[in-house]
Design a protein around this ligand. Structure first.
Ligand code: PGA
Length: 255
């Protein structure tokens, strides 16, 4: 059985003064849950804005939780003003980094090729990339969801090879469900998750079996049980609800 993973994506939220309260509430809630859930391994992580990684490390070090960033440069170092490298994230003991979030793809013009390069850069620095894929509403209505997801996966596979997915996570986030309050139905999500797993299983059955695939897009305590009950959904990537400790903890408890 695959382990579950729940990742909070704070996006551009948080303040120096208020972060410790939220981090400590989540940390202590998770440690209580961990004590109660013998057997099932649920990894919980938070992806924060860069300036707060030191705070995350300070609050979460020594706990079962991990932390990470929301983006990484495709370059390792040099004259790239404003960029943050994978090794800088490793300096703060990040375990994960999101790559190819739809907000990066659409608002910052990240192409499939850039996402593939960022995936590689993350792994060069020893980080676990969480590759985000997902279709827009127009694409879903045009019936090309599977083509879009396959194109996004294939771009990363072509550059990095299938072996790179042994130490990676995929997150399926339908763009039309992010921050909109609309969620894919459990059946819609399961269908795409199964297709993603099938694509990787074509490379190696073992890889397909082992790959953790998260669902993201308006996951909240009221809909999480149905989503997490699907066989190919191994956890969630949680935006808005990760900013409210009780909501995020309820989602982790469901996992
Ligand atoms: P949401 O965001 O949970 O607020 O919809 C998810 C995400 O963008 O990762």
């Amino acid at each position: 059985m695959r382990n579950k993973l729940v990742v909070g994506n704070w996006k551009m939220h948080g303040r120096l003064a208020t972060n410790p309260g939220l981090l400590d509430a989540i940390r202590s809630g998770i440690s209580t849950q961990t004590a109660k859930s013998a057997g099932v391994v649920v990894q919980v992580a938070l992806c924060l804005p860069y300036p707060y990684l030191a705070q995350a490390r300070q609050s979460l070090e020594g706990s079962s939780m991990a932390w990470g960033a929301q983006d990484v440069s495709e370059h390792d170092q040099g004259a790239w003003t404003g960029e943050v490298s994978g090794s800088m994230l490793a300096d703060f003991c990040c375990r994960y980094v999101l790559v190819g979030h739809s907000e990066r793809r659409s608002f910052f013009a990240e192409t499939d090729a850039i996402v593939a390069a960022k995936f590689a850069a993350a792994q060069r620095a020893g980080l676990i990339p969480i590759l985000c894929v997902g279709e827009t509403l127009v694409e879903r209505e045009a019936g090309v969801t599977h083509d879009v997801i396959t194109r996004q996966l294939d771009a990363v596979l072509a550059v990095n090879g299938s072996a790179a997915f042994v130490r990676a996570v995929v997150a399926y986030e339908p763009v039309w469900a992010i921050g909109t309050g609309k969620t894919a139905t459990p059946a819609q999500a399961q269908e795409v998750h199964a297709a993603i797993r099938g694509r990787l299983a074509r490379e190696s059955a073992d890889l397909g079996n082992r790959l953790q695939i998260l669902y993201g897009g308006s996951v909240k305590p009221s809909n999480v049980a149905d989503i997490f009950s699907q066989p190919d959904i191994d956890g969630g990537l949680i935006g808005g609800a990760s900013l409210v400790a009780v909501d995020f903890l309820a989602i982790c408890a469901a996992a």
